[in-house]
Write a protein that binds this ligand. Sequence first.
Ligand SMILES: NC(=O)c1ccc[n+]([C@@H]2O[C@H](COP(=O)([O-])OP(=O)(O)OC[C@H]3O[C@@H](n4cnc5c(N)ncnc54)[C@H](O)[C@@H]3O)[C@@H](O)[C@H]2O)c1
Length: 358
Amino acid sequence: MRKLLVTGAAGFIGSNFVHYWHQSNPEDRLVVLDALTYAGNRANLSACEGAGWYAFVQGSICDQGLVEGLLREHEIDTLVHFAAESHVDRSITGPDAFIETNIVGTHTLLKCAKKVWLDEGMQSEHLFHHVSTDEVYGTLGPWDPAFSESTPYAPNSPYAASKAASDHLVRSYHHTYGLNVTTSNCSNNYGPYHFPEKLIPLCLLNILMGESLPIYGDGKQIRDWLFVDDHARGIELIIRNGRRGETYNIGGNNEWANIDVVKLLCSIVDQRFADNPRLSGRFPDSPCASATPAGSLIAYVEDRPGHDTRYAINAEKIMTELGYQPVEDFESGLNKTVNWYLANEAWWQSILNGSTRS
Ligand SMILES: NC(=O)c1ccc[n+]([C@@H]2O[C@H](COP(=O)([O-])OP(=O)(O)OC[C@H]3O[C@@H](n4cnc5c(N)ncnc54)[C@H](O)[C@@H]3O)[C@@H](O)[C@H]2O)c1
């Protein structure tokens, strides 16, 4: 039985990870730590409340005393670190919070893990798994090979730079102090519980409410998209069998231009309204309610500064070493995502109304 501390577990990927992990490892115990910043939403974990295997702690990864206490009290052997400031646009308007949480916060966790696991000798079989992003590698031209684990770091936004710094700190604690660490660098995730300011949920909800679908620049920026449970599956494999001190790229082999993502989403929602006339009653402001294609809402807006043109992940290492394969293709994953948002209107309405922001 493992005892996990999951940071940032009330966020998009962290909460999906907690649900995924409990389903596949019901005997394990999970303590989750989240500061409930703007993206942290305790409602993402409401299904776990009261369960014996689960404990929620509201607090910051920058609070050394709190984190050390949790590691000791719950005899944590595995720390899975998702907590971050994660929105690139926000890192452009306010980078300070990204330095504080992503760099100082990660370093605080490393100090706590070293002190409790190594200096106090509490866990010989410990692991610090750090969740990072493919954005640390910078941007690719159309014909460049995809990012591999040996691609030099070249972050272009304050978000990517802060994640890059945290990756280096994690690596250094392995080489300097012998802390057992692994790192994963993942491509763009999508799926349930995705905060509505990100591309896919933003466009989906705007279609339902009849608002425009803002596309940066020409919409030709290419991203690799991975269904969030496939990310959790990759992290699980690394925690179980990944070589300590190593980094693994996790990707979906699923490159799409942003504009094509939005067009595919539009066609799925068009079809959903055609199949289910009750949706027109629920969302009368949507163009789909009057059989107008959702694509009519697409509106091109000024590009973001420093916008990377292409990310692509070479996930061969995790595939060959650990047998990783994503389960969802883009269409099946997007259909699941649309189903989840249609079935969970109360969740996203409360975020849009501001009632879950802190
Ligand atoms: N979203 C993606 O597509 C993607 C892709 C690759 C990697 N990642 C990485 O995955 C991780 C999770 O991303 P996400 O999309 O779920 O982000 P998110 O913003 O939805 O979740 C981040 C969580 O961290 C919490 N948090 C922020 N500051 C904190 C602090 N000081 N102490 C404790 N908790 C704090 C927030 O409350 C929130 O619940 C991040 O590290 C991100 O860099 C994300």
